[in-house]
Design a protein around this ligand. Structure first.
Ligand code: OGA
Ligand code: MN
Length: 371
């Protein structure tokens, strides 16, 4: 006997029609709860790597800062910034870069590079004084650490799409101070019109608050602000960051380790040619005489008549540059260069983030008396 066929002829939902009991249902429930658990775990990690400070900027402080934001907008509108890349105005938000600017935007994701000095204006004194200084006084950042500031001035319908602040450019934590209307920062949310993926975590940002993003929240999940996350018609965020010492720089070879960039024959010959002659160290006590590939090192002591011969070094042309006494010269600026920057042959860690890591620096010395 063949089982009787269903007699109904109207369309019904597949689960009613299916010969299997409760198709999909159990499996989907398992998947849903696994995903739910993952989202919950993610939300917890986000929460744990965020710190919100409220009450650093009170009503009076907010008002003063907001007045300076207005002045900044006015200065931009009247073309008073010198840096070519200080101001980036789009219909619903204007971005200002201070201290250090970088390439960004479509096609740049993951490949952002620092702009050369002078491309953006320095950090304004009012930001140092009224935004950074209170954070230093509260022990939230150390003095001098903030060397890159981005100010976002959002108008009605303003947004910043989901992103991760370029990890190759900026140290963590990332600090964001909020002014004018309150808003919320959403983590892990999609920005498609359907809002397919709702936020995994929502962080309210009251006026005058300072949010620190670190660890997981800064690196492993996106953050952004959709138009519906702004509760008013104008919001300004001031993003405070520290540039990594090894951040990639626009127009410079993408290799931080000098031992890995191979120079052409031309370039190597030029290094040798330009290194010829007399050099001195920045303290004016050590002198170097370069002839061909040999370097005579002389010391001049205070009050002494005669300079003292200290050593003879040899320069070794290598694939990646000229190697001499633990330093490598892999590039020169200017012709003739006034300064040779020898990088350490063995990359070493240097805790002083404010200085480049040179093994030694030579400055051009004339053959006459030292200046
Ligand atoms: C940013 C950013 C958030 C904000 O500029 O990188 O995440 O609150 N801004 O404006
Ligand atoms: Mn960001």
């Amino acid at each position: 006997m063949i089982a009787a066929m269903p007699t109904y002829a109207f369309p019904v939902a597949p689960q009613v029609w299916s010969p299997y009991p409760c198709p999909n249902m159990p499996a989907r429930r398992v998947a849903d709860s696994a995903q739910e658990a993952a989202l919950k775990a993610s939300a917890e990690k986000i929460e744990q790597s965020l710190t919100l400070h409220t009450g650093i900027f009170g009503e009076h402080e907010c008002q003063r800062i907001e007045e300076f934001v207005d002045v900044t907008a006015m200065r931009a509108a009247t073309g008073q910034f010198r840096g070519q890349y200080t101001v980036d105005a789009t219909p619903h938000r204007t971005k200002y870069f201070f201290g250090n600017g970088y390439t960004y935007g479509h096609g740049k994701r993951g490949n952002e590079e620092l702009l050369p000095v002078g491309a953006v204006d320095p950090i304004p004194v009012w930001i140092e004084q009224f935004v950074v200084q209170p954070l230093v006084e509260q022990g939230i950042v150390s003095k001098g650490w903030i060397d890159s500031v981005v100010m976002n001035d959002y108008q009605y319908k303003g947004q910043i799409v989901a992103h991760v602040d370029p990890p190759q450019l900026f140290e963590r934590p990332i600090l964001t101070a909020s002014f004018f209307c309150p808003a919320q920062l959403v983590f892990g949310a999609s920005f498609d019109p359907e809002r397919t993926q709702p936020p995994v975590y929502v962080q309210p940002l009251p006026r005058g608050s300072v949010l620190l993003l670190d660890g997981y929240a800064a690196n492993d999940v996106t953050h952004g602000m959709r138009p519906e996350d702004m509760f008013g018609t104008r919001r300004c965020s001031i993003v405070l960051r520290h540039v990594r010492r090894d951040a990639p720089k626009l127009g410079f070879p993408q290799v931080q380790d000098p031992q890995r960039r191979c120079l052409g024959e031309e370039e190597r010959s030029r290094l040798i040619r330009e290194a010829q002659g007399s050099w001195r160290d920045p303290t004016n006590t050590i002198f170097y005489e370069v002839q061909q590939l040999s370097v005579e090192v002389w010391k001049v002591s205070e009050g002494a008549e005669e300079r003292e011969h200290k050593a003879t070094w040899r320069m070794y042309p290598r694939e990646h540059g000229l190697v001499c006494n633990g330093g490598v010269l892999d590039s020169i600026r200017g012709s003739p260069p006034e300064r040779l920057e020898w990088k350490p042959l063995n990359k070493q860690e240097n805790d002083d983030h404010h200085h480049y890591n040179f093994a030694f620096v030579w400055q051009r010395a004339d053959n006459q008396a030292s200046d």
